[in-house]
Ligand binder design. Structure first.
Ligand SMILES: Nc1ncnc2c1ncn2[C@@H]1O[C@H](COP(=O)(O)OP(=O)(O)OP(=O)(O)O)[C@@H](O)[C@H]1O
Length: 426
Protein backbone atom coordinates (compact mmCIF):
# COMPACT_ATOMS: atom_id res chain seq x y z
CA UNK A 1 0.00 0.00 0.00
CA UNK A 2 1.55 3.32 -1.05
CA UNK A 3 0.91 5.91 1.62
CA UNK A 4 1.26 9.65 1.05
CA UNK A 5 4.47 11.04 2.52
CA UNK A 6 4.55 13.63 5.31
CA UNK A 7 7.88 15.40 5.80
CA UNK A 8 8.42 16.81 9.29
CA UNK A 9 11.34 19.20 9.70
CA UNK A 10 11.68 19.77 13.44
CA UNK A 11 14.77 19.64 15.64
CA UNK A 12 12.79 19.19 18.84
CA UNK A 13 12.71 15.38 19.06
CA UNK A 14 9.67 14.94 21.28
CA UNK A 15 7.55 17.25 19.13
CA UNK A 16 8.81 15.54 15.94
CA UNK A 17 7.69 12.17 17.36
CA UNK A 18 4.25 13.50 18.32
CA UNK A 19 3.80 15.06 14.86
CA UNK A 20 4.84 11.80 13.17
CA UNK A 21 2.33 9.87 15.26
CA UNK A 22 -0.46 12.33 14.32
CA UNK A 23 0.42 12.02 10.62
CA UNK A 24 0.57 8.24 10.71
CA UNK A 25 -2.77 8.04 12.48
CA UNK A 26 -4.33 9.79 9.50
CA UNK A 27 -2.69 7.55 6.91
CA UNK A 28 0.58 9.29 6.07
CA UNK A 29 3.96 7.69 6.07
CA UNK A 30 5.79 10.24 8.24
CA UNK A 31 9.50 11.05 7.99
CA UNK A 32 11.03 13.40 10.56
CA UNK A 33 14.38 15.15 10.02
CA UNK A 34 16.07 17.72 12.31
CA UNK A 35 17.49 20.20 9.77
CA UNK A 36 17.16 21.78 6.32
CA UNK A 37 20.03 19.84 4.72
CA UNK A 38 18.41 16.48 5.48
CA UNK A 39 14.99 17.80 4.50
CA UNK A 40 16.30 18.77 1.03
CA UNK A 41 17.75 15.26 0.61
CA UNK A 42 14.39 13.77 1.61
CA UNK A 43 12.59 15.83 -1.04
CA UNK A 44 15.08 14.63 -3.68
CA UNK A 45 14.41 11.04 -2.61
CA UNK A 46 10.66 11.40 -3.17
CA UNK A 47 8.36 14.39 -3.06
CA UNK A 48 6.22 14.61 0.08
CA UNK A 49 2.47 15.25 -0.13
CA UNK A 50 2.62 17.57 2.93
CA UNK A 51 5.31 19.33 4.97
CA UNK A 52 5.39 20.44 8.61
CA UNK A 53 8.19 22.92 8.99
CA UNK A 54 9.75 24.37 12.10
CA UNK A 55 10.65 28.02 11.56
CA UNK A 56 13.88 28.16 13.55
CA UNK A 57 16.18 25.29 12.47
CA UNK A 58 19.89 24.80 13.29
CA UNK A 59 20.96 25.48 9.68
CA UNK A 60 18.51 28.23 8.65
CA UNK A 61 14.91 29.37 8.50
CA UNK A 62 12.32 26.73 7.70
CA UNK A 63 10.84 28.66 4.78
CA UNK A 64 14.18 28.46 2.91
CA UNK A 65 13.29 24.83 2.23
CA UNK A 66 10.73 25.91 -0.32
CA UNK A 67 13.58 27.15 -2.55
CA UNK A 68 14.10 23.46 -3.32
CA UNK A 69 10.87 23.63 -5.33
CA UNK A 70 12.01 26.43 -7.67
CA UNK A 71 9.09 27.29 -9.99
CA UNK A 72 7.12 24.20 -9.00
CA UNK A 73 4.22 24.46 -6.54
CA UNK A 74 5.22 22.91 -3.18
CA UNK A 75 2.79 20.57 -1.42
CA UNK A 76 0.58 21.95 1.38
CA UNK A 77 3.05 23.22 3.98
CA UNK A 78 2.43 24.37 7.54
CA UNK A 79 4.91 26.36 9.59
CA UNK A 80 5.40 25.76 13.28
CA UNK A 81 6.37 28.95 15.07
CA UNK A 82 7.11 29.86 18.66
CA UNK A 83 5.61 32.97 20.22
CA UNK A 84 7.76 35.99 19.38
CA UNK A 85 8.63 34.74 15.90
CA UNK A 86 5.73 36.50 14.32
CA UNK A 87 7.87 38.77 12.06
CA UNK A 88 9.45 35.74 10.52
CA UNK A 89 6.03 34.22 10.19
CA UNK A 90 4.97 37.20 8.06
CA UNK A 91 8.00 36.67 5.81
CA UNK A 92 7.09 32.99 5.55
CA UNK A 93 3.56 33.93 4.55
CA UNK A 94 5.03 35.96 1.73
CA UNK A 95 6.88 32.84 0.56
CA UNK A 96 3.54 31.15 0.06
CA UNK A 97 3.06 29.26 3.33
CA UNK A 98 -0.55 29.78 4.27
CA UNK A 99 -0.80 27.71 7.46
CA UNK A 100 0.70 28.49 10.85
CA UNK A 101 0.67 26.69 14.12
CA UNK A 102 1.95 28.57 17.14
CA UNK A 103 3.59 26.21 19.64
CA UNK A 104 2.31 24.41 21.66
CA UNK A 105 0.62 22.94 18.60
CA UNK A 106 -3.16 22.48 18.66
CA UNK A 107 -3.34 18.88 17.36
CA UNK A 108 -7.05 19.18 16.49
CA UNK A 109 -6.25 22.04 14.07
CA UNK A 110 -3.19 20.19 12.82
CA UNK A 111 -5.34 17.17 11.92
CA UNK A 112 -7.64 19.41 9.91
CA UNK A 113 -4.62 20.68 7.96
CA UNK A 114 -3.41 17.12 7.34
CA UNK A 115 -6.87 16.05 6.15
CA UNK A 116 -6.89 18.93 3.68
CA UNK A 117 -3.41 17.90 2.48
CA UNK A 118 -4.65 14.34 1.90
CA UNK A 119 -7.52 15.73 -0.17
CA UNK A 120 -5.14 17.81 -2.27
CA UNK A 121 -2.91 14.76 -2.87
CA UNK A 122 -5.89 12.70 -3.85
CA UNK A 123 -7.28 15.33 -6.21
CA UNK A 124 -3.88 15.68 -7.88
CA UNK A 125 -3.85 11.93 -8.45
CA UNK A 126 -7.39 11.90 -9.78
CA UNK A 127 -6.76 14.78 -12.17
CA UNK A 128 -3.79 12.95 -13.71
CA UNK A 129 -5.96 11.43 -16.39
CA UNK A 130 -7.19 8.46 -14.35
CA UNK A 131 -10.69 7.64 -15.37
CA UNK A 132 -13.30 8.68 -12.82
CA UNK A 133 -15.09 5.75 -11.13
CA UNK A 134 -18.62 6.73 -10.36
CA UNK A 135 -20.78 4.90 -7.83
CA UNK A 136 -24.46 5.75 -7.89
CA UNK A 137 -26.96 2.88 -7.61
CA UNK A 138 -29.29 4.50 -5.09
CA UNK A 139 -32.67 5.52 -6.55
CA UNK A 140 -32.04 9.18 -5.73
CA UNK A 141 -29.01 9.06 -8.06
CA UNK A 142 -31.14 8.34 -11.15
CA UNK A 143 -32.05 11.98 -11.82
CA UNK A 144 -28.39 12.85 -11.21
CA UNK A 145 -27.32 10.53 -14.05
CA UNK A 146 -29.85 12.18 -16.34
CA UNK A 147 -28.61 15.64 -15.36
CA UNK A 148 -24.97 14.61 -15.95
CA UNK A 149 -25.84 13.16 -19.37
CA UNK A 150 -27.65 16.38 -20.24
CA UNK A 151 -24.69 18.45 -19.02
CA UNK A 152 -22.28 16.46 -21.22
CA UNK A 153 -24.49 16.71 -24.28
CA UNK A 154 -25.24 20.42 -24.04
CA UNK A 155 -23.12 23.48 -24.84
CA UNK A 156 -24.58 25.22 -21.81
CA UNK A 157 -22.70 25.97 -18.58
CA UNK A 158 -23.27 23.56 -15.71
CA UNK A 159 -24.08 24.33 -12.09
CA UNK A 160 -23.36 21.47 -9.66
CA UNK A 161 -25.19 21.99 -6.36
CA UNK A 162 -24.69 19.94 -3.23
CA UNK A 163 -23.36 19.93 0.30
CA UNK A 164 -19.62 19.74 0.88
CA UNK A 165 -18.15 16.31 0.14
CA UNK A 166 -21.13 15.03 -1.90
CA UNK A 167 -18.93 14.62 -4.97
CA UNK A 168 -19.34 17.95 -6.77
CA UNK A 169 -15.70 18.11 -7.95
CA UNK A 170 -15.93 14.43 -8.85
CA UNK A 171 -18.88 15.13 -11.13
CA UNK A 172 -17.02 18.10 -12.66
CA UNK A 173 -14.10 15.77 -13.49
CA UNK A 174 -16.50 13.23 -14.94
CA UNK A 175 -18.06 15.85 -17.23
CA UNK A 176 -14.62 17.05 -18.29
CA UNK A 177 -13.62 13.49 -19.10
CA UNK A 178 -16.63 13.07 -21.36
CA UNK A 179 -16.05 16.25 -23.35
CA UNK A 180 -14.70 15.88 -26.86
CA UNK A 181 -11.26 17.34 -27.30
CA UNK A 182 -8.00 17.67 -25.45
CA UNK A 183 -8.59 20.74 -23.27
CA UNK A 184 -7.66 20.73 -19.60
CA UNK A 185 -9.76 21.18 -16.49
CA UNK A 186 -8.80 24.48 -14.82
CA UNK A 187 -10.08 24.62 -11.25
CA UNK A 188 -10.43 28.11 -9.79
CA UNK A 189 -10.95 28.48 -6.05
CA UNK A 190 -13.38 31.43 -6.03
CA UNK A 191 -12.69 32.23 -2.36
CA UNK A 192 -9.07 33.08 -3.29
CA UNK A 193 -9.82 35.14 -6.40
CA UNK A 194 -8.66 38.77 -6.36
CA UNK A 195 -10.33 41.67 -8.18
CA UNK A 196 -7.47 41.85 -10.72
CA UNK A 197 -7.58 38.16 -11.73
CA UNK A 198 -6.99 37.71 -15.44
CA UNK A 199 -9.94 35.55 -16.52
CA UNK A 200 -8.80 35.51 -20.15
CA UNK A 201 -5.55 33.91 -19.00
CA UNK A 202 -7.51 31.20 -17.14
CA UNK A 203 -9.70 30.60 -20.21
CA UNK A 204 -6.66 30.24 -22.44
CA UNK A 205 -5.01 27.80 -19.99
CA UNK A 206 -8.10 25.56 -20.28
CA UNK A 207 -7.43 25.24 -24.05
CA UNK A 208 -11.06 24.59 -24.90
CA UNK A 209 -11.64 22.30 -21.87
CA UNK A 210 -13.43 23.26 -18.67
CA UNK A 211 -13.13 26.10 -16.20
CA UNK A 212 -14.44 24.86 -12.84
CA UNK A 213 -15.50 27.69 -10.52
CA UNK A 214 -15.18 26.03 -7.12
CA UNK A 215 -17.30 27.59 -4.35
CA UNK A 216 -18.80 30.11 -6.77
CA UNK A 217 -20.92 31.55 -3.95
CA UNK A 218 -17.69 32.88 -2.38
CA UNK A 219 -16.66 34.97 -5.38
CA UNK A 220 -16.29 38.64 -4.37
CA UNK A 221 -18.73 41.08 -5.99
CA UNK A 222 -16.02 42.98 -7.91
CA UNK A 223 -14.74 39.71 -9.41
CA UNK A 224 -18.28 38.75 -10.38
CA UNK A 225 -18.46 41.81 -12.64
CA UNK A 226 -15.24 40.88 -14.45
CA UNK A 227 -16.34 37.27 -14.82
CA UNK A 228 -19.75 38.20 -16.22
CA UNK A 229 -18.10 39.69 -19.30
CA UNK A 230 -16.10 36.51 -19.92
CA UNK A 231 -18.80 33.90 -19.50
CA UNK A 232 -20.66 33.22 -22.67
CA UNK A 233 -21.36 30.15 -24.72
CA UNK A 234 -18.90 31.48 -27.27
CA UNK A 235 -15.93 31.71 -24.86
CA UNK A 236 -14.72 28.31 -26.08
CA UNK A 237 -14.67 26.60 -22.67
CA UNK A 238 -17.24 24.73 -20.64
CA UNK A 239 -18.07 26.65 -17.46
CA UNK A 240 -18.81 24.45 -14.49
CA UNK A 241 -19.78 26.10 -11.20
CA UNK A 242 -19.73 24.34 -7.85
CA UNK A 243 -22.38 25.75 -5.54
CA UNK A 244 -23.88 24.92 -2.13
CA UNK A 245 -26.91 22.64 -1.95
CA UNK A 246 -29.29 25.58 -1.98
CA UNK A 247 -27.73 26.89 -5.20
CA UNK A 248 -27.29 30.63 -5.68
CA UNK A 249 -30.88 31.86 -5.69
CA UNK A 250 -30.70 33.00 -2.05
CA UNK A 251 -27.44 34.85 -2.72
CA UNK A 252 -29.05 36.59 -5.71
CA UNK A 253 -32.01 37.62 -3.57
CA UNK A 254 -29.69 38.87 -0.83
CA UNK A 255 -27.83 40.95 -3.50
CA UNK A 256 -24.54 39.16 -2.79
CA UNK A 257 -24.54 37.59 -6.25
CA UNK A 258 -25.13 39.39 -9.53
CA UNK A 259 -28.27 38.07 -11.22
CA UNK A 260 -26.70 38.56 -14.64
CA UNK A 261 -23.78 36.27 -13.82
CA UNK A 262 -26.14 33.83 -12.14
CA UNK A 263 -28.27 33.46 -15.28
CA UNK A 264 -25.17 33.06 -17.45
CA UNK A 265 -23.73 30.32 -15.25
CA UNK A 266 -26.88 28.45 -14.32
CA UNK A 267 -27.38 26.38 -17.52
CA UNK A 268 -27.86 22.71 -16.67
CA UNK A 269 -28.31 22.18 -12.93
CA UNK A 270 -27.09 19.01 -11.20
CA UNK A 271 -28.28 18.37 -7.64
CA UNK A 272 -26.26 15.90 -5.60
CA UNK A 273 -27.91 14.12 -2.66
CA UNK A 274 -26.15 13.75 0.68
CA UNK A 275 -24.59 10.42 1.68
CA UNK A 276 -27.35 9.99 4.27
CA UNK A 277 -29.89 10.08 1.42
CA UNK A 278 -28.04 7.39 -0.54
CA UNK A 279 -26.99 4.86 2.10
CA UNK A 280 -27.66 2.04 -0.40
CA UNK A 281 -24.43 3.15 -2.08
CA UNK A 282 -22.38 2.86 1.08
CA UNK A 283 -21.04 -0.71 0.55
CA UNK A 284 -20.05 0.04 -3.06
CA UNK A 285 -18.43 3.33 -2.06
CA UNK A 286 -16.47 1.58 0.71
CA UNK A 287 -15.20 -1.02 -1.79
CA UNK A 288 -14.20 1.68 -4.25
CA UNK A 289 -12.39 3.69 -1.59
CA UNK A 290 -10.66 0.54 -0.28
CA UNK A 291 -9.42 -0.29 -3.76
CA UNK A 292 -7.90 3.17 -3.83
CA UNK A 293 -6.47 3.17 -0.29
CA UNK A 294 -5.06 -0.38 -0.38
CA UNK A 295 -4.86 -1.32 -4.08
CA UNK A 296 -2.89 -4.51 -3.56
CA UNK A 297 -5.18 -6.05 -0.90
CA UNK A 298 -8.67 -7.46 -0.76
CA UNK A 299 -10.23 -6.16 2.42
CA UNK A 300 -13.65 -7.31 3.62
CA UNK A 301 -16.02 -5.38 5.83
CA UNK A 302 -17.47 -6.95 8.93
CA UNK A 303 -21.26 -6.55 8.87
CA UNK A 304 -21.30 -4.79 12.24
CA UNK A 305 -18.68 -2.38 10.86
CA UNK A 306 -20.97 -1.66 7.93
CA UNK A 307 -24.05 -1.22 10.03
CA UNK A 308 -22.21 1.29 12.26
CA UNK A 309 -21.35 3.21 9.10
CA UNK A 310 -25.01 3.06 8.02
CA UNK A 311 -26.03 4.72 11.29
CA UNK A 312 -23.80 7.81 11.05
CA UNK A 313 -24.97 11.31 10.17
CA UNK A 314 -22.17 11.92 7.58
CA UNK A 315 -22.03 15.70 7.86
CA UNK A 316 -19.27 15.95 5.27
CA UNK A 317 -20.56 13.10 3.16
CA UNK A 318 -18.37 10.98 0.86
CA UNK A 319 -15.24 12.89 1.80
CA UNK A 320 -15.80 11.93 5.45
CA UNK A 321 -16.48 8.31 4.50
CA UNK A 322 -13.21 8.16 2.60
CA UNK A 323 -11.31 9.61 5.57
CA UNK A 324 -12.94 7.09 7.91
CA UNK A 325 -12.01 4.20 5.58
CA UNK A 326 -8.44 5.47 5.46
CA UNK A 327 -8.34 5.59 9.26
CA UNK A 328 -9.84 2.09 9.59
CA UNK A 329 -7.33 0.56 7.16
CA UNK A 330 -4.44 2.04 9.12
CA UNK A 331 -5.78 0.94 12.50
CA UNK A 332 -6.60 -2.58 11.23
CA UNK A 333 -2.84 -3.15 10.93
CA UNK A 334 -2.93 -5.24 7.77
CA UNK A 335 -5.94 -7.43 8.78
CA UNK A 336 -8.03 -8.47 5.77
CA UNK A 337 -11.34 -7.63 7.47
CA UNK A 338 -12.31 -4.28 8.95
CA UNK A 339 -13.97 -4.53 12.37
CA UNK A 340 -15.91 -1.98 14.47
CA UNK A 341 -12.84 -1.51 16.67
CA UNK A 342 -10.97 -0.09 13.65
CA UNK A 343 -13.30 2.90 13.49
CA UNK A 344 -12.49 6.24 15.16
CA UNK A 345 -13.90 6.29 18.68
CA UNK A 346 -16.52 8.95 18.03
CA UNK A 347 -18.08 6.73 15.35
CA UNK A 348 -18.78 3.90 17.75
CA UNK A 349 -19.62 5.91 20.88
CA UNK A 350 -23.32 6.18 19.98
CA UNK A 351 -23.77 2.47 19.30
CA UNK A 352 -26.22 1.59 22.02
CA UNK A 353 -25.84 -1.36 24.34
CA UNK A 354 -29.00 -2.87 22.89
CA UNK A 355 -27.56 -3.05 19.39
CA UNK A 356 -24.34 -4.53 20.78
CA UNK A 357 -26.18 -7.38 22.53
CA UNK A 358 -25.75 -10.77 20.92
CA UNK A 359 -28.22 -11.71 18.25
CA UNK A 360 -30.30 -14.86 17.96
CA UNK A 361 -29.35 -17.23 15.11
CA UNK A 362 -32.41 -16.19 13.12
CA UNK A 363 -31.50 -12.50 13.50
CA UNK A 364 -27.97 -13.31 12.37
CA UNK A 365 -29.31 -15.12 9.31
CA UNK A 366 -31.73 -12.28 8.57
CA UNK A 367 -28.97 -9.71 8.93
CA UNK A 368 -26.90 -11.54 6.26
CA UNK A 369 -29.93 -11.90 4.05
CA UNK A 370 -30.73 -8.17 4.42
CA UNK A 371 -27.19 -7.23 3.47
CA UNK A 372 -27.74 -8.85 0.06
CA UNK A 373 -30.85 -6.73 -0.50
CA UNK A 374 -29.04 -3.52 0.32
CA UNK A 375 -26.03 -4.40 -1.80
CA UNK A 376 -28.31 -4.87 -4.80
CA UNK A 377 -29.78 -1.42 -4.12
CA UNK A 378 -33.30 -0.17 -3.94
CA UNK A 379 -35.00 -2.64 -1.54
CA UNK A 380 -38.72 -2.30 -0.95
CA UNK A 381 -40.30 -3.60 2.25
CA UNK A 382 -43.07 -5.47 0.38
CA UNK A 383 -40.56 -7.35 -1.80
CA UNK A 384 -38.52 -8.33 1.28
CA UNK A 385 -41.66 -9.42 3.10
CA UNK A 386 -42.92 -11.48 0.11
CA UNK A 387 -39.54 -13.15 -0.35
CA UNK A 388 -39.43 -14.09 3.34
CA UNK A 389 -42.97 -15.45 3.28
CA UNK A 390 -42.23 -17.49 0.15
CA UNK A 391 -39.29 -19.20 1.89
CA UNK A 392 -41.39 -19.81 5.00
CA UNK A 393 -44.27 -21.34 3.04
CA UNK A 394 -41.89 -23.55 1.07
CA UNK A 395 -40.32 -24.92 4.24
CA UNK A 396 -43.72 -25.51 5.85
CA UNK A 397 -45.09 -27.27 2.77
CA UNK A 398 -42.06 -29.54 2.78
CA UNK A 399 -42.72 -30.35 6.44
CA UNK A 400 -46.37 -31.24 5.70
CA UNK A 401 -45.32 -33.15 2.57
CA UNK A 402 -47.33 -30.85 0.33
CA UNK A 403 -50.59 -31.46 2.18
CA UNK A 404 -52.09 -27.95 2.22
CA UNK A 405 -55.25 -28.97 4.08
CA UNK A 406 -53.25 -30.55 6.91
CA UNK A 407 -50.90 -27.60 7.04
CA UNK A 408 -53.73 -25.03 7.22
CA UNK A 409 -55.58 -27.01 9.88
CA UNK A 410 -52.54 -27.64 12.06
CA UNK A 411 -51.26 -24.07 11.87
CA UNK A 412 -54.72 -22.60 12.43
CA UNK A 413 -54.64 -20.92 9.05
CA UNK A 414 -57.50 -20.13 6.72
CA UNK A 415 -57.20 -22.62 3.86
CA UNK A 416 -58.40 -20.16 1.21
CA UNK A 417 -55.81 -17.65 2.41
CA UNK A 418 -53.09 -20.29 2.18
CA UNK A 419 -54.15 -21.22 -1.35
CA UNK A 420 -54.22 -17.54 -2.37
CA UNK A 421 -50.76 -16.93 -0.93
CA UNK A 422 -49.28 -19.98 -2.65
CA UNK A 423 -50.79 -18.83 -5.94
CA UNK A 424 -49.41 -15.30 -5.51
CA UNK A 425 -45.96 -16.60 -4.67
CA UNK A 426 -46.02 -18.79 -7.76
N1 LIG B 1 -20.20 9.07 -7.20
C1 LIG B 1 -18.97 8.84 -6.69
N2 LIG B 1 -18.41 7.65 -6.85
C2 LIG B 1 -17.21 7.40 -6.32
N3 LIG B 1 -16.47 8.28 -5.61
C3 LIG B 1 -16.98 9.49 -5.41
C4 LIG B 1 -18.26 9.85 -5.96
N4 LIG B 1 -18.52 11.12 -5.61
C5 LIG B 1 -17.47 11.55 -4.88
N5 LIG B 1 -16.53 10.59 -4.77
C6 LIG B 1 -15.27 10.70 -4.00
O1 LIG B 1 -15.64 11.29 -2.75
C7 LIG B 1 -14.67 12.25 -2.32
C8 LIG B 1 -15.34 13.62 -2.13
O2 LIG B 1 -15.82 14.11 -3.39
P1 LIG B 1 -15.54 15.59 -3.92
O3 LIG B 1 -14.19 16.08 -3.55
O4 LIG B 1 -15.90 15.62 -5.36
O5 LIG B 1 -16.65 16.39 -3.07
P2 LIG B 1 -17.04 17.94 -3.13
O6 LIG B 1 -18.51 18.01 -3.08
O7 LIG B 1 -16.35 18.61 -4.26
O8 LIG B 1 -16.48 18.42 -1.73
P3 LIG B 1 -15.65 19.73 -1.28
O9 LIG B 1 -16.22 20.89 -2.00
O10 LIG B 1 -15.83 19.76 0.18
O11 LIG B 1 -14.24 19.46 -1.70
C9 LIG B 1 -13.59 12.26 -3.39
O12 LIG B 1 -12.57 11.38 -2.97
C10 LIG B 1 -14.28 11.69 -4.62
O13 LIG B 1 -13.37 11.04 -5.47
Amino acid sequence: MKLPKLLIVEDHRALALALSAAGERLGFSAIAVPNLAQAKKEIERGEPQAILLDLGLPDGKGFDLLDAYGDKTPPPTAMLTAHGEIDNAIIAKKSGIAEFFVKPVDFGELEKFLHRALDVAEEAEESHGFSVSFVGNAPCMRPVFQQIAQACASQQPVMICGASGTGRSHVARLIHQHLDGEGSCEVVSCADIQGDTDWQEIISRAKGGCVVLDNIDQLALESQVALTDCVSVGSGVKWISIAPETGLRDAVQAHSFHPDLYYRLQGVEINLPTLKERLEDLPALCSLFLADIAPTKTIELDKEFLSILQSQTWKTNLRELKNVMRYAVISSNGRDKLLPEDLPENYTAHVSESSKKSRTPIQEALENWLQGWFENGNPHYKDMHDALEKDLLELLLERYEGNQALMARTLDMNRATLRKKLKQQG
